[in-house]
Ligand binder design. Structure first.
Ligand SMILES: [Fe+2]
Length: 554
């Protein structure tokens, strides 16, 4: 299928993606700097409000303090709330704003503008349009990937594909996009975190000002000296549906669209792997004097496992129980960053923590689909339910380890899967970050697919170089009997989900979601199979399509 055919099939205009170029991508990162006024809005992005059919939140940042920042929509002027913070490493003050826009009509398109009294573009302020979600059972499209980074290759793990990935979202014209963690890797550029977030926000604005982008926290959202779990940069920029858990607003949340309940989780709370902010050494990381924060010594990692004290898992159970008990909900879709299943050999792999804490709940309440990032590739599981016991092997000793290996309810790759019988997991860390991880594990003994599994924390240990520390890879392996499809041709892509038209699924019948993975062949900086060097590409072509079905709840 050619790119033109892809776009035509997708029903998108294609104009935005077709107009993309490296020069445009480079310009995009600088766009926010052009205006003179300190209150000039930039990094403008939408998220859903409490009810996506009637409310959105408009968020942005400005280079300095904005005077009377506001959103204009129709005849309304909605004053924005400020949310200011000072970066704990470089001492820079960051000015962010958000405005809740409620009282909207379902399934309607609105134009809005964002401005302030000291907006350098006040005569012609930034404006865009968005569409609210439909009310009741209705067809809609959403898209997803994680691990996006920025197009500014000056930053660690940033890469030009990040701009094309944003354009790809626009080319499919989804109702909204799920961005499943590791947004921009600011923590890997610790002395320039606000600038990395700025390049991320200005790149995303091309799509996220036109449709909500709903994020979740990943390991790279954990930043030293920015809040109790390091999430201040993220929490300042995103105003998300209220989870009503005191002290953890914005950390995890749910929302309803049509007959789908979306649940967005922070797996940092349950995973064993230690992959947050880390000082490898030999030098300490020294925050500027104005922060009064002490140097962070080599070997220090910011490990936040268990931070909610079980509050997130309790919320998840309440939310899933209410969802499955609601006969207007057919589908439950979860996003989180780290993976319960992944067989990337060069990436992180799977984590026992998610399997212990959350997979039993996904089984009990028939979660249909789980979307992950973290490993920079694409992998799909068979539907899984329950666990195979004692199926793992400890890497160091060869001893048997109980990895609670998810049990596939079928291993026939028929292309149609009944998710009332088992949960399908997708690894979608295929956004735009540098460092493709589309190299997958094989058990040399018999040629079966193999996955690495973290069953305990890989805390930093000294290396043979003085004052230099490292964290080990996963401590166990298992045969990946759950792995159905792996994209070995590239680590870049976007998943497109079409929730079916209820007119075609009468009461008592089946409902379906068609999933198509499009990939950007040739974008890998280094192809793991051939060693060939690639380059960012605007061309996203179809990799595979499959259908999820389940009985309608009424
Ligand atoms: Fe990650």
């Amino acid at each position: 299928m050619s790119r033109r055919q892809v776009l035509a099939a997708a029903g998108g205009t294609g104009l935005l993606a077709a107009a993309a170029s490296p020069a445009k991508a480079a310009l995009r990162a600088r766009r926010g700097r052009a205006a003179a006024g300190g209150g000039t809005p930039e990094q403008i992005h939408l998220t859903w409000g409490e009810n996506p059919a009637t409310s959105v939140v408009v968020s942005w940042a400005s280079p300095g303090a904005a005077i009377r920042p506001a959103v204009r929509i129709g005849q309304r002027v909605i004053p924005a709330e400020p949310r200011q913070y000072t970066d704990g490493i470089n001492g820079q003050t960051v000015w962010t704003y958000y405005a809740r826009v409620g009282g909207l009509r379902p399934g309607a398109t609105y134009a809005y503008a964002v401005t302030a009294d000291n907006d350098g573009n006040a005569a012609d302020p930034f404006s865009a349009t968005f569409r609210t979600a439909p009310q009741g059972r209705a067809p809609f499209r959403f898209t997803s990937f994680g691990d996006l980074a920025t197009p500014n290759a000056a930053w660690v793990l940033s890469y030009g594909q990040s701009a094309y990935a944003v354009d790809a979202v626009e080319s499919f014209q989804p109702l909204f996009h799920l961005l499943n963690g590791d947004l921009c890797y600011a923590d890997l550029n610790p002395t320039a975190q606000p600038d990395v977030w700025r390049d991320f926000g200005n790149n995303n604005q091309t799509s996220a000002a036109n449709r909500p982008w709903m994020p979740c926290l990943g390991n790279h959202e954990v930043e030293f000296d920015n809040g109790p779990q390091g999430f201040t940069s993220y929490l300042a920029r995103y105003t998300l549906p209220d989870n009503r858990v005191a002290g953890f607003g914005g950390y995890w949340y749910s929302f309803r669209i049509g007959s789908v309940l979306f649940v967005s989780l922070d797996a940092d709370d349950v995973v064993y792997q230690d992959a947050g902010a880390f000082v490898a050494g030999p030098a300490a990381l020294a925050p500027v004097a104005s922060t009064s924060n002490p140097p962070i010594e080599p070997g220090t990692s910011f490990y936040v496992r268990g931070y909610s004290g079980g509050a997130q898992t309790a919320w998840l159970e309440r939310t899933l129980a209410a969802g499955r008990g609601d006969d207007t909900v057919d589908w439950i879709i979860a996003q989180m960053h780290q993976c319960a299943i992944s067989s990337s050999a060069t990436g992180n792999g799977s984590d026992l923590g998610i399997r212990q804490h959350w997979l039993p709940l996904f089984d009990r309440y028939q979660v249909d689909l789980v979307l992950n990032g973290h490993d920079h590739d694409y992998e799909r599981s068979f539907p899984v339910r329950g666990a195979d016991l004692d199926a793992g092997t400890e890497v160091g000793t060869g001893a048997v380890v109980n990895t609670l290996r998810p049990h596939p309810v079928t291993t026939k790759d028929t292309g149609v899967f009944d998710t009332s019988r088992g949960t399908v997991h997708l690894v979608l860390g295929c956004g735009g970050t540098d460092g493709n991880l589309d190299d997958y594990g094989i058990d040399a003994a018999h040629g079966q697919r193999q996955a690495k599994v973290f069953t305990r924390a890989n805390r930093p240990v000294p290396t043979s170089t003085p004052d230099v520390y490292a964290r080990a890879a996963a401590d166990a392996v298992e045969d990946a009997t759950w792995s159905a499809r792996r994209d070995t041709s590239t680590g870049y892509g976007i998943a497109v989900f079409d929730v079916d038209d209820p007119a075609r699924s009468e009461t008592g019948g089946q409902t379906s979601i068609t999933v198509t993975q499009y990939h950007a062949v040739g974008a890998d900086p280094v192809n793991p199979a051939t060693g060939a060097k690639g380059a960012p590409t605007p061309d996203y072509t179809e990799f595979e399509t499959f259908t999820l079905v389940r009985p309608r709840s009424r």
